[in-house]
Structures are given as C-alpha cells and as structure tokens.
Design a protein around this ligand. Structure first.
Ligand code: COA
Ligand code: MG
Length: 289
C-alpha cells in the first residue's frame, strides 16, 4: 500500500469530508479521535461509515479511520461503526506496544467476518510514540506484526503524557525526547518491515517550510507524511516521490551491478559503490510501483 500522504479529515465535518473527495492523498484518515469533540463522537462515526459506504470504490485515496484509544471506552463502538467493505485501515492512537496491535487485530478478525470481508483486509497504522509506555516498549516492533501497514509518531500527546510544559526548547527546536521518538519510529518501522510515516507539519500555510521538512524526513528514511490540510498533500506527494535524477542514478547502479555480476564493489563517476548502494537503488526504483 502506497502511503506517501495521509490526510486527516475530522469525520464530523460534512464540509471537510466533501472537500476530501477531490484529494490526491494516498490515504484519507477519517478522524474520530482528537479532532472530534466528545459531544460529536456519534456524529463522526456516522459520517465516517457513510463516507466509506458511498465513496470507497470511487475515490483514489485509501480510506483509514483513526479510532479512539483502546482504553478510552469508545474504541469498540468506533470499530463496530466503521468496519465495512471499503475500509483500508485503522489508525490506532496512543498505542502502548505491539500487543495493542494484536488486540486490535483480534477485534478486526470478528468484525471482518461479520461484514463478509476477507480476513486481514483491514490494515493497521499505529501512532507509536504517544505515551511514555510506548517509548519504553518500542522494541516490541522488532519482529513482523500482522496487519501492519506503516508506523507513525507524534510529538504532541507524548509531551502531555509526561507532563512537559512544551515539546520545544526555548529556541523553538524540538526537545531531545521527540528526536528520540522520531528516530525510534524509523527503527521500529524498519525492524518490522513497514514504511515510517512522519508526523504532521502544523504550520499549514508554510508550503516552503513543509517541503524542506519533508526533504529532510525523506533523507532520514521516512517514506510518507501525515497531512492536516488539503493544501499540504501535493507538496508531500512530490517530496516523497523520487526525482528523475534520483531514478536515473538508481538505474545506473542497478545496471552496473547487472553488467558485473561477480563484482562486490565498483565505481561510478569516480565514487565507490557497493552492496548498500545497490539496496538503496532498488528501494528507490521500488517507490515508483
Ligand atoms: N480535510 C478536508 N478539508 C479540509 C481540511 C481537512 N483536513 N482542512 C481544511 N479543509 C477545507 C476547509 O473546510 C475549507 O473548505 P471550504 O472552503 O469548502 O470551507 C478549505 O479546506 C480551506 O480551509 P482553510 O480555511 O484553509 O482552513 P480552516 O481554517 O477551515 O481549517 C484546520 C484549519 C487546521 C482546522 C483544518 O485544516 C483541520 O481541521 N485539519 C485537520 C485537523 C485534524 O484532523 N487533526 C487531527 C490530527 S492531529
Ligand atoms: Mg492526538
């Protein structure tokens, strides 16, 4: 599943749901959690369920729903409302460890059977760094986890969870804990074999800042990013797609190794190229699929 851009859409907002229909995001995340007030949860469940039923087969974006946390007392009602044909995945907030994914997967087994869906059709993307427990349990993603389609992280809820006044230093830079969360997300995703999806960029009017931040994220290993506003989607899609120059260079590396199958290392334009470069080149070419 291609997940360069995942656009959050508050599921109780008819206006935003309507606007999302024309989006080129790889995925929409119909939100039932933090973007929806407690008094509007039922409205949001109805909005998400109707959107999936009416539009899933007609739009290009895969449809995800962000449910409320497993321990919120709302998650089961959320799942019962939205697991239906056309639902591509669940985003699980406040995930404490991979054990939460297994618990959610058990619920999905039953709900898919009830909805006549293929077992395993609904994938899971956890927000994996929103609690203190989650940070200490990131090693639980060291092995493959069934249904996982990606892992993302967040810097807002974690600061609330640990009682920080802010997630930033006085000079505006993210505090060390959140750099750690960002890096753990990359490692967990790689270890369990799914793409790492970077967290949101809050200043949605700053397209140049978003583009620069996405380029940095991609260099670090992220394969996609959360969007909170429709205007961010095109920038994110472009940033997480390889450029023509990158593709051409990747093809040269693959062709050079193919031409010399017994070479462990070779040179291109006077630069040493070996196995990790080939792995990287193949991954770049894979991004076009
Ligand atoms: N999805 C779909 N449509 C959206 C949208 C979104 N995430 N954000 C804005 N829009 C729509 C608006 O409704 C508006 O459409 P309209 O002209 O038909 O009314 C248009 O895009 C332009 O919106 P704009 O005026 O620039 O923004 P805003 O002030 O209405 O909304 C936010 C700003 C941040 C409140 C809004 O972008 C939003 O709700 N984002 C998602 C928040 C979220 O889900 N957070 C949870 C994850 S942290
Ligand atoms: Mg949150």
């Amino acid at each position: 599943m291609k997940l360069r851009s995942m656009l959050f859409v508050p599921a109780d907002s008819e206006r935003k749901l309507a606007k999302a229909l024309g989006s080129t995001a790889d995925a929409l995340i119909l939100d039932l959690e933090d973007a929806v007030a407690a008094s509007r949860k039922s409205e949001a469940r109805r909005g998400a369920a109707a959107f999936i039923a009416e539009h899933a087969t007609r739009i290009q974006s895969a449809l995800f729903v962000r449910i409320n946390p497993l321990d919120s007392g709302m998650a089961m009602q959320d799942l019962a409302a939205v697991v239906a044909p056309g639902l591509a995945g669940i985003m699980l907030p406040k995930t404490n460890s991979a054990a939460d994914i297994a618990r959610l997967a058990n619920c999905l087994d039953a709900l898919e059977a009830r909805a006549d869906m293929t077992e395993g059709a609904v994938r899971i993307v956890p927000v994996a760094t929103e609690t203190a427990q989650a940070m200490l349990n990131m090693q639980s993603f060291a092995a493959p986890v069934p249904r996982l389609a990606g892992i993302t992280w967040g810097a807002e809820d974690l600061s609330a969870a640990i009682g920080a006044i802010s997630n930033r230093e006085e000079d505006g830079a993210l505090s060390p804990l959140y750099h750690w969360a960002n890096s753990l997300c990359l490692c967990a995703a790689a270890a369990t074999g799914v793409p790492a999806i970077d967290t949101l960029y809050a200043d949605f009017r700053d397209a140049a800042g978003l583009a620069a931040s996405c380029r940095q994220a991609r260099r670090r290993g992220f394969r996609g990013r959360i969007a909170i506003h429709p205007d961010q989607v095109a920038t994110i899609n472009e940033a997480f797609s390889p450029s023509e120059a990158e593709l051409a260079h990747a093809r040269r590396i693959v062709e050079a190794f193919a031409a010399q199958p017994d070479a462990g290392t070779l040179s291109i334009d006077g630069v040493m190229i070996d196995k990790p470069h080939l792995t990287q080149a193949l991954r770049t070419l894979d991004l076009t699929n």
